[in-house]
Design a protein around this ligand. Structure first.
Ligand code: F0G
Length: 402
C-alpha cells in the first residue's frame, strides 16, 4: 500500500486505511500472482471476480459476492443532440443493489470479513448504505449506516431498512456524516469503515474500466463519470492505468468528472485553474447521491483528471432532470438523477465542441432509477382516469387518433 501524499509504502493490512504518518489517502498495489490476460479472463464467468489477478483476495478466502459486475454496455442510438459522437452507457443500475457500489463492497466486505471484523459502518447519501447493508447481511456482519436526515432517496432508505441495517439519521449533510464516521472509527476500532477512503473498496470499483474495454473491444476516447465523494472516478482511472501497465491496452481515455452545480467543489476549482477544491459548506442539488461539499478522495480525482488530460465540469439541476428523461424516454434507461449527470455533462461537452464527431465516449450510469421514485414521479406523464372498463376502452381507442 502506498500513500499518495507522502509516498511511504506499507505492507498491506485490512485496517490500514489512511497513512499512519501523514493521514494521506492510501492506494493498494496488487502484485499479480500470475500475469493477467484477456484470454484467461474470458474463460471465467463474468463479474468483478473474473479479474482475480488484479484484485486483492486474501489467500484461502471465498469472496462475499452477490453476483456483481458485468453490467450492460448499451449503445445510445436515439439522442440526436450528440451529433455524431459514439456514446455507450455503462448501466451500473443493474448491479445487485442497483448501483456501482456493489463492485467495491464485494471486495471491501471480503477483506473486512477475512480480518475478523463484526460490524461495518458507512456515511452515505444512500447507495453506499444500501450496498454495505446487503453485503454485510451476506457476510453475517452488522451494518451501521449514517445518513443525512431527509436527504436520501426513498428507494435507498427502503433497501437499507429491508437489509436490516441500523440507521443513524444525522441532522446535517453527508460531509458531517462522514466526519462522524471517521471519529467513531477512531474511538471504537471494532467498527470497520467502508467509505471510499477505504482503498480496498476502490479496488473493486476499478473493474468498471476492465469491463468497458472488454465489452467495447477497445479503449474509448472519453469516460464520463458523475462525481460526489470522488472515489469512483479515481478507481476507474486506476483500472485503466493497470491495464496499460500490463500491456492489456495501449492507449488511455480522458476522464471527465461531472458535478451538480450546487455541489461542485472540484468543477469550481477546475474552472478557476485551482489545484485544490473549493469546498461547499451547504451543498444542494436534486441529485442527492452527489450532494457532497467536501469530497474526501479529491486528491486522487484531481490526479486522475489531470493525468488523463480530462476535465471537471458542472451541470445544473434542470440539465440533470432533462438528461434523466432523455435516457428513459429515448433509450429505455431508467437512472437516478446523479447518474443522469453523466449524460448532461456529455451533452454540454458536445455542445462546446470539446468532444468531437466520431469520437467514442462511455457515460457511466451509476445508479438505478428506482432508487429515487420521487424523481421518477416528477418526470410527469399523461395519466387518464377511467371510471369503468367501458370508459377505459373508449379512452384508449381514441388516443392514437387524437
Ligand atoms: N452516482 C451515484 C448514484 C452515487 O451514489 C454516487 C456516490 C456517485 C455517483 C458518486 O461517486 O462518490 O465515488 O464520486 N454515492 C455515495 C453514497 C457518496 O454514499 O452512496 P463518488
Amino acid at each position: 500500500m502506498r500513500c499518495i501524499q507522502c509516498g511511504r509504502t506499507y505492507d498491506p493490512h485490512p485496517r490500514l486505511l489512511l497513512c499512519p504518518m501523514c493521514q494521506g489517502l492510501l492506494e493498494v498495489e496488487v502484485e499479480p500472482y500470475e500475469y493477467p490476460s484477456w484470454s484467461k479472463w474470458a474463460l471465467r464467468s463474468p463479474g468483478v471476480w473474473r479479474y482475480l489477478e488484479l484484485l486483492p483476495l486474501p489467500r484461502g478466502v471465498e469472496p462475499v459476492s452477490l453476483g456483481e459486475g458485468w453490467t450492460p454496455l448499451t449503445r445510445i442510438t436515439n439522442i440526436g443532440d450528440l451529433h455524431g459522437v459514439n456514446v455507450y452507457a455503462k448501466n451500473e443500475g443493474v448491479n445487485p443493489t442497483g448501483s456501482f457500489k456493489d463492485r467495491g463492497m464485494t471486495v471491501a466486505v471480503t477483506v473486512a470479513k477475512a480480518s475478523g471484523a463484526h460490524a461495518v459502518i458507512v456515511a452515505s447519501t444512500g447507495n453506499t448504505a444500501s450496498s454495505a447493508a446487503a453485503y454485510a447481511a451476506k457476510a453475517s456482519m452488522r451494518a451501521i449506516i449514517v445518513v443525512p436526515r431527509g436527504k436520501i432517496a426513498l428507494g435507498k432508505l427502503a433497501q437499507s431498512i429491508l437489509y436490516g441495517a441500523v440507521i443513524v439519521e444525522i441532522e446535517g449533510s453527508f460531509d458531517q456524516a462522514l466526519e462522524a464516521v471517521l471519529e467513531a472509527v477512531r474511538q471504537d476500532p471494532r467498527l470497520y469503515p467502508l467509505n471510499s477512503f477505504n482503498p480496498w473498496r476502490l479496488e473493486g470499483q476499478k473493474t468498471i474500466a476492465f469491463e468497458i474495454v472488454e465489452q467495447l473491444g477497445g479503449v474509448p476516447d472519453w469516460v464520463v463519470v458523475p462525481v460526489g465523494n470522488a472515489g469512483n472516478i479515481s478507481a476507474i482511472w486506476k483500472g485503466f492505468l493497470e491495464l496499460k501497465r500490463y500491456g492489456l491496452i495501449n492507449k488511455l481515455p480522458r476522464m471527465v468528472g461531472v458535478q451538480a452545480r450546487g455541489a461542485s467543489p472540484l468543477a469550481s476549482a477546475w474552472r478557476r485553474g485551482l489545484s485544490e477544491p473549493v469546498f461547499f459548506d451547504h451543498p444542494e442539488t436534486v441529485a442527492t447521491a452527489i450532494r457532497i461539499g467536501r469530497p474526501i478522495n479529491w486528491p486522487k480525482a484531481m490526479r486522475a483528471v489531470r493525468e488523463s488530460k480530462g476535465l471537471f465540469i458542472d451541470v445544473d439541476d434542470d440539465e440533470i432532470l432533462s438528461a434523466q428523461r432523455l435516457l428513459a424516454r429515448h433509450e429505455g434507461l431508467a437512472v437516478e438523477p446523479a447518474s443522469a449527470a453523466s449524460l448532461a455533462g456529455l451533452l454540454k461537452l458536445r455542445k462546446d465542441r470539446i468532444i468531437e464527431k466520431g469520437e467514442k465516449a462511455v457515460i457511466v450510469l451509476t445508479g438505478h432509477g428506482l432508487k429515487d421514485p420521487d424523481s421518477m414521479m416528477a418526470a410527469g406523464a399523461t395519466r387518464l382516469i377511467a371510471r369503468n372498463p367501458g370508459e377505459a376502452v373508449r379512452i384508449v381507442t381514441s388516443l392514437l387518433t387524437r
